[in-house]
Design a protein around this ligand. Structure first.
Ligand code: AMX
Length: 467
């Protein structure tokens, strides 16, 4: 049945000319590690050859402003999993979000509308669209690896309720490194050429465990510490996550599949991906590396923005009510800016158009919750905020990003605890960060160590460059 579905998807996609040059999984194997083991020598060879031919080719320049300006625009990182186009948005291994929604296999249970994050993980790692069997094999593997050690459960149960869910999440991931196969292998002297295998094992274990960790945090904080229950071995990662959180709703499962797919990766320079990559370059194990990335995701200019958006929207709604007037909204937005604050959910360091991650959530909302007052508010703001930001003239990108929408979808299904939203983002981000860490080790990337200068030294460099 699923083979049949995959051939139909291929046929429809090629017929509609949706994606040119689709790369479907070439190997029949459902063993992702074996598929990767086959790919790695070829890719290592390709990079070796490329560096031999072009190792000293210049691909950009660095200005003084770039150095003071958060390294914006500096070409300094290699990330294989995804590339962000300023106008078009993210492409995962060359595939846009609509491509992924069209081509990736679905899960059983739910309504079958959205792709499986498991399939996206396969794509991020291998560059190939998996078959249904391959995606299902990942669901099974993650279910098999999902158990978390008692000391992590105990630690989570002992956290005070005023500790932010992201702090709990990051601390739990750090503590999970008691399970690290990478750390153990490193200490027993494993060869560098095998690092990726242990990074892979830890990544698969960690991704498998995150929904349970995240659900314990949720239930401890908002559901009187009720039990998360057991993983259903026949279901997928998102279905199990939704169920452990306590949501028994087919549309919410689809929302999770969509949410966990689209938040996974946004090339390498964003704070969470870059931090994970940097820390992993010191050969800290994947748990320690990803926990560091999560501390970055917890910043209000990065992943915490989805929490900030819902707080802000709630204030807008209080002020302008449900009979939204354009003038009322404009006044609120201007007051936010005049108060020295950013409009959360708008702007981006790289993107210069509406984020396609916003657009696909909007499409979901138009289908499932067109009359929800908060969705109507988000839609109405979309009509006024960009013009105001343009008029203010500061933000390089006046358009909405992923975070402008996600909270509204979650609150519709009853997840109103906005402090928690970034944890969901974090669970998803593991897919991209870990796929990258595995390739970092497969390609033997060294410890990261860019050069820094103090202002006097930089002045000397600038003076010398003028001569
Ligand atoms: N509202 C008001 N002002 C904004 C703005 C916004 N949404 N976005 C940018 N600006 C301001 C900046 O604060 C900066 O002002 P300054 O010169 O006084 O410091 C100026 O415009 C130029 O900034 P920029 O080059 O456009 O953006 P950036 O690359 O420095 O920062 C980002 C990007 C996302 C941090 C910024 O747009 C922002 O703060 N947005 C709101 C928070 C948000 O939605 N974050 C989520 C981003 C997506 C994610 O990572 N999850």
């Amino acid at each position: 049945m699923s083979m049949f579905r995959n051939s139909i998807v291929k046929l429809v996609a090629s017929h509609q000319g949706l994606v040119s040059n689709c790369r479907y999984a070439t190997a029949a194997s459902t063993n992702l590690k074996a598929v990767l083991a086959n790919q790695i020598p070829e890719k290592q060879e390709e990079v070796k050859k490329f560096r031999k031919e072009h190792g000293s080719t210049k691909v950009g320049e660095v200005t003084v402003d770039m150095m003071y300006g958060g390294m914006r625009g500096i070409r300094g990182l290699v990330t294989e999993t995804s590339v962000l186009d300023p106008n078009e948005g993210i492409r995962f291994r060359g595939y846009s979000i609509p491509d992924c929604q069209e081509l990736l296999p679905r899960g059983n249970g739910g309504t079958g509308e959205q792709p499986l994050p498991e399939a996206l993980f396969w794509l991020l790692l291998t560059g190939e669209i998996p078959t249904q069997q391959q995606a299902d094999a990942i669901s099974k593997e993650w279910n098999d690896r999902a158990a978390i050690p008692n000391h992590v459960t105990t630690m989570l149960n002992n956290f005070p309720s005023n500790l932010h869910p992201m702090s709990q999440f990051s601390a739990a991931i750090t503590a999970l490194n008691s399970e690290s196969k990478f750390a153990k292998a490193y200490h027993s002297g494993v060869k560098k050429s095998q690092y990726w295998e242990y990074a892979y094992e830890d990544s698969m274990d960690m991704i498998a465990k995150l929904p349970t960790v995240a659900s314990i945090i949720y239930r401890n904080l908002y559901r009187e510490g009720s039990s998360v229950g057991a993983i259903d071995p026949k279901k997928d990662w998102s279905w199990n996550f939704a169920t452990m959180l306590g949501y028994d709703n087919a549309d919410f499962v689809e929302l999770m599949r969509l949410y966990l797919t689209i938040h996974s990766d946004h090339e390498g320079g964003n704070v969470s991906a870059h931090t994970t990559h940097l820390v992993a370059s010191a050969l800290s194990d994947p748990y320690l590396s990803f926990a560091a990335g999560m501390n970055g995701l917890a910043g209000p200019l990065h992943g915490l923005a989805n929490q900030e958006v819902l707080i802000w929207l709630t204030e807008v709604r209080k002020k302008v009510g449900d009979n939204i007037t354009e003038d009322g909204m404009k006044e609120f937005v201007w007051n936010t800016l005049k108060g020295g604050q950013v409009v959360p959910g708008y702007g981006h360091a790289v993107l210069r158009k509406t984020d396609p991650r916003y657009t696909c959530q909007r499409e979901f909302a138009l289908k499932k919750l067109p009359d929800d007052p908060m969705f109507k508010l988000v839609s109405a703001l979309y009509k006024v905020v960009p013009d105001i930001l343009l008029e203010q003239g500061k933000a390089a990108n006046p358009w909405p990003n992923v975070d402008a929408h996600s909270g509204v979808l979650l609150q519709y299904y009853g997840m109103t605890e906005m402090n928690y939203y970034t944890v969901l983002f974090g669970v998803s981000r593991a897919l991209g960060c870990m796929a990258s860490v595995i390739w970092d080790r497969a390609l033997g990337l060294p410890i990261e160590r860019p050069k820094s200068f103090d202002t006097p030294a930089l002045k000397k460099l600038a003076a010398a460059a003028k001569k």
